[in-house]
Design a protein around this ligand. Structure first.
Ligand code: ATP
Ligand code: MG
Length: 242
């Protein structure tokens, strides 16, 4: 009886660990629809730059799986696959640790999205705003690995973020060790947008863990154009057939 009880208890404890770990990525992440299938396997590489970017991302995931600590930063233009590869890294880290039987939690979020949600709470006066913000901070501090997608989403004018946004990011980065960040902003722009204390925390453990993507084409544009061309050719053949 005692053994049986202990086995049941252990099973529940393990289930609890599981809920708090491997499935965080699937349960709590905010993943844009266009990225839902993103993986290393379906990242196409036609140029040396694309190959280098993919290799960097794969290598970072491998390094984290070997216990490396510190942040990862990918900078570069829009539509080049930064989010695609950041999510691929998150999946690889999650799956890799699961295979090793080591419980870790991985979360993928867009900082802009989280900020909009906290602000919504303010605008509509839902609950205590400070609580909503505190909850958001806790959500982003607790995972072992966090992907901050699209840090500082580039606006037409590069200007410093508001004080509360700076404080919000600070409360997160100050308590974190392994954060994978991607952004459209250049290093210099990051320094304009974020204060020194935040910038310094973005750089935490970044030596050898940063990739500046240059000369890679916008795939979003190409995907849209390809779909458009496909539609046109289909409607043409439809017309000729009728
Ligand atoms: N090399 C690639 N192979 C296959 N799909 C790609 C590749 N690069 C990008 N994509 C796809 O193109 C779309 C845009 O990529 P992604 O969202 O990763 O760009 P991004 O660099 O994060 O852009 P932004 O800075 O605007 O957020 C996604 O649907 C992604 O899956
Ligand atoms: Mg992106």
């Amino acid at each position: 009886m005692e053994i049986q009880e202990r086995q049941i208890l252990e099973k529940h404890l393990n289930a609890d660990v599981y809920v708090k770990t491997y499935n965080v990525l699937e349960r709590d992440s905010i993943i844009p629809k266009e990225l839902s299938e993103a993986s290393f396997g379906n990242f196409q590489t036609r140029t040396d730059q694309e190959r280098a970017l993919k290799e960097f991302a794969e290598n970072q995931a491998r390094k984290y799986l070997k216990g490396m600590e510190g942040n990862t930063l990918i900078t570069g233009g829009t539509g080049i696959g930064k989010s695609h590869l950041s999510l691929a890294m998150a999946k690889a880290i999650n799956d890799g640790y699961k295979e090793q039987g080591k419980p870790v939690s991985v979360l993928f979020v867009s900082l802009t999205d989280i900020i909009a949600r906290v602000q919504d709470g303010w605008n509509y006066g839902k609950g205590g705003a400070s609580l909503a913000m505190q909850e958001a901070v806790e959500m982003l501090v607790s995972p072992d690995y966090l992907v901050l997608d699209d840090l500082g989403a580039k606006n037409a004018v590069i200007k410093p973020k508001s004080d509360w946004e700076q404080d919000f990011l600070f409360s997160i980065l100050d308590k974190r060790t392994n954060t994978i960040i991607n952004t459209n902003l250049t290093g210099a722009e990051l320094q304009t947008v974020y204060n020194q204390r935040n910038y310094s925390r973005i750089l935490k453990g970044l030596e050898g863990n940063t990739f500046k993507a240059e000369g890679i084409a916008d795939k979003r544009y190409r995907i849209a154009r390809m779909k458009d061309e496909l539609k046109k050719s289909q409607s043409k053949s439809g017309l000729s057939g009728s």
